[in-house]
Design a protein around this ligand. Structure first.
Ligand code: AMP
Length: 506
């Protein structure tokens, strides 16, 4: 089993269909893409002398060559190591060293930084002489790989500590692909996926189902996320899906409210990777209609734990609408999901515990980190470190990362619940709740609040909101106002930095 066979077949089955587009311009069809990838693969093996199982790093901003290189690596039996292009030089160095990558491909904007890193590896810049030479010569056939061979080393976004490289196999990514079709969205030939989020992460993973289905990969010319550009590209390509972090959905919705663009070319927005609050979700439904789907996953089970599929997305007026929106949906058909308490005992619906996952999408382990692997993959289950609870209907509500749960006076308080309430205040733009060390209670609840521009928020108003909706002991004892929340490059709020801020200002 080799993921590259999907492109090989698409090159014949969807031969004349658009495969890659840069902005509004289609740059190749599936026949051409499959042919080019076979040539790149032959050069990875022949010219660069790489052997099956060698690692190839991609430190590149979003660009059409991203998809070419990923498939070329698999075609040649190699392991691809996509690296978030927004990391610092020291982080690039760590990932290159840790993965032992023998070659690193880079885009011109990053060439100087990557070129200055140390190590015995070739650095090849997109558009440079060596890259042009790699596009010449004869192609090779798809290398024979086993289902459990590693295809992708997925370095976790690392909101704490050193990033770990989740070993994703061909089997894992095939499973993710079938899971997408069954439990996220249908894809028809001629549809498209717009890569506005980093291709080193979720958006890049979604290249695979779209190749399998003969849909085009569209890369914005800006290489990133500009709402006006998105609106133009929806209209230009039609049938467009896009993976977006909740912060991106927020921005897209605000821009659409202001500009009232033509959204007829937008098919689906798949959001995930962080909490989408109910108020934001309702606003998004108001603007985008029934185009939303949600996934909950992590690098260790890529994009595949639970979902609110597009065809099952909650509709206004249906029973428990708000609860459904606050949930992360139901398990993908291809995985088992269960909740356990601190002793590992399975919990019934309604009780919160750590979320465990098993199935074909779950990683083989962490690259060169036996200790972390043994800790995370115990008894055949992936221990996600997330806390959640199922309801009677099988919908999962995610509370928080277990390390973010606040324990005050011996009782668990889930920050997400408090954040949902505070976001109901019209003047609150963003909020993040953490536990502050407290001599009497162990921890007390503290909320960092970002106000909408020009809004002044009274603490009593926030207090009143909480008192009306959640137990008194969950109400923040303290509020701090910030201009913005610290976030990592994938848009996740960095609670560790907020805790640090608290330490520094105490
Ligand atoms: P990463 O491995 O970088 O993709 O981060 C995965 C983590 O992001 C998960 O373990 C969750 O804590 C969080 N996450 C992913 N999807 C969702 C979602 N739909 N809602 C809330 N949090 C999410």
């Amino acid at each position: 089993m080799n993921l590259a066979s999907l492109l090989d077949r698409a090159g014949r089955g969807f031969a004349g269909r658009p495969a890659l587009a840069l902005g509004e311009r289609v740059i190749c069809d599936y026949r051409a893409l499959a042919g080019r990838v076979a040539v790149l693969a032959a050069n990875l093996r022949g010219r660069l002398g790489l052997a099956p199982g060698d690692r190839v790093a991609l430190i590149m901003k979003n660009c059409p060559e991203y998809a070419e290189l990923m498939f070329a690596c698999w075609h040649a039996g190699l392991i691809v190591v996509p690296v978030n292009a927004k990391l610092a030089a020291a982080e690039f160095q760590y990932i290159l060293d840790h993965s032992g990558a023998r070659v690193c491909f880079t885009t011109p904007d990053l060439a100087a930084t990557v070129g200055a890193l140390t190590g015995p590896r070739a650095v090849i810049e997109m558009g440079g002489a060596e890259w042009r030479r790699m596009g010449k010569g004869d192609g090779m056939g798809v290398a024979s790989t086993e289902a459990d061979d590693i295809a992708w080393l997925f370095y976790t976004s690392g909101t704490t500590g050193r990033p770990k490289g989740a070993m994703l196999t061909h089997r894992n990514l095939f499973a993710m692909t079938w899971g997408y079709f069954a439990d996220v969205d249908a894809i028809a030939p001629g549809d498209a996926i717009l890569h506005a989020a980093p291709m080193s992460h979720g958006s890049g993973i979604y290249i695979i189902p779209h190749v399998a289905a003969g849909a085009a990969q569209v890369i914005p010319e800006s290489g990133g996320f500009e709402p006006d550009e998105m609106f133009r590209l929806f209209a230009a390509h039609g049938g467009v899906a896009m993976f977006a972090a909740p912060t991106m959905v927020h921005r897209l919705v605000a821009a659409a409210e202001a500009a009232d663009p033509d959204l007829s070319g937008l098919k689906t927005i798949i959001y995930g990777g962080g909490p989408m609050y109910v108020e934001d979700c309702k606003r998004a439904i108001g603007v985008l209609g029934d185009r939303l789907a949600q996934i909950y996953g992590q690098g260790e089970s890529p994009m595949t734990i639970t979902s609110l599929a597009k065809h099952r997305f909650p509709k206004a007026g249906e029973p428990r609408f708000g609860e459904r929106l606050a949930s992360v949906g139901m398990p993908f058909g291809i995985v088992d999901v269960r909740m356990v308490d601190g002793d590992g005992t399975p919990l019934p619906p309604g009780e919160a515990g750590e979320i465990l996952v098993r199935g074909d999408s779950v990683m083989r382990g962490y690259w060169d980190n036996a200790e972390a692997t043994a800790e995370t993959l115990r008894g055949g289950w992936l221990h996600t470190g997330d806390v959640g609870a199922f309801d009677e209907d099988g919908y999962l509500t995610l509370m928080d990362r277990s390390k973010d749960v606040i324990i005050s006076g011996g009782t668990n308080i889930y920050p997400r619940e408090v954040e949902e309430v505070l976001l109901r205040h019209p003047g609150v733009s963003e909020v993040s709740v953490i536990g502050k060390p407290d001599p009497d209670w162990g921890e007390s609840v503290l909320a960092f609040v970002v106000a909408e521009p020009g809004c002044e928020i009274k603490m009593e108003e926030l207090d009143q909101l909480c008192l009306a909706r959640i137990a008194r002991f969950k109400r923040p004892k303290e509020y701090r106002f910030l201009d913005s929340l610290p976030k990592n490059n994938y848009g996740k709020v960095l609670k560790t930095e907020l805790r640090q801020l608290l330490n520094d200002n105490r």
